[in-house]
Ligand binder design. Sequence first.
Ligand SMILES: [Ca+2]
Ligand SMILES: [Ca+2]
Ligand SMILES: [Ca+2]
Ligand SMILES: [Ca+2]
Length: 390
Amino acid sequence: MTELMVSLALSSVVALAGIALTTVYAASFTDQLQTADLQENLWAAGDILAREIRKAGQGFAMCPEGRVQYWLAGATHSTNPRYALPPLVVTNNRYMRANGTFTSGIDADGPDLIDLYYGDAEQMSLGGDASLTANHDQANAIFSVSDVTSFAQRDFFVAWDPVDSTKRCALFQVTSINVAARQIFHAAGTAFPSQSPHNPPAGIAMDPFLAGASYSTGALLTRVGRLRRVQLFVRDPKGPRPQLMLDRFDRDSNNDGIMESNPFPVADGVEDLQISVACDRNGNGNPLDLAPETATDAQKRGDDFFPNVIGDLGAPCYDAFGTSPTRPPIAAVRLQIVTRTRSEGAARYQARPALEDRAAPSAGATPAEGGVGGYRRRVQTLLVSMRNVF
Ligand SMILES: [Ca+2]
Ligand SMILES: [Ca+2]
Ligand SMILES: [Ca+2]
Ligand SMILES: [Ca+2]
């Protein structure tokens, strides 16, 4: 009997020890996994963002300051000639809620969203330039060129004049090709693809980006291929499962030539994405005047980065549809990314840090909202210079 009790007691001790050991081991293993995820998600998010941002403006580098006039589908004749395609557009405080809808954009406490526009590199490498053999027939939407073999219906292309710098770049979409006559058509309208919503109606003056009515013999058409729009943003930043999302706008379900949203997650645990852009806004010739860490808010309001402090001075760069073409182009983008662990551990960690123009969470914030709690966090800062914009 005594032997049995001793034996039972011993096996209980052994079993308990086994359970305790397993629990400790599991906690440590989960902790290691979460820490690895935290770092991997941070690298993944930074890598994807930097790679996409470097592509912004690809295909338009020959245009003065990377600017190309673009007919924004649905806009009116009076406003449209003022549009140029911005390689990069940052929307401050805009993110996707857990239910898939977006904040209004005036939320004063959230991650930022970025839109990028560029030509598809693979497509571009297939073809070179074609030069005009006659003046642009704008009334009939015809470009007569030396060679049409590298162009295809639906391709985007840039018209520009390497000799006459007063004639800026403009973006068109091929609606049909007459191979025998070597003519490229750019009909405007909504019957895609025989008409394109991205083409200006015939007879529209392209000022202020074109000083003259249109392009003359000798001007060039450069093939862009597919026009890409890529959007990156955070989903559910204050909820249980924050993620970095990417949208390629690569779906056209109703075949109207206007690409539709189709977002998917690219990195887990991304809780904040703060973006500020720089151009030579203070006019000293240096597009990257950085405020030092010790700078006051007033000094950061005067530096080249925007918006890197609460109440920063108004958008100074060429950074959105319809902004003045006299504004300097964006020279660099600064990204600040925060990742957090998937679940809360027993230990208590610091709150989400204040970054750029986003303040630290308020004292009453829950751990998921960024407050003090069991989520571990990591921060990365990246400075990406623009490769295709001058
Ligand atoms: Ca911001
Ligand atoms: Ca569509
Ligand atoms: Ca400067
Ligand atoms: Ca600033």
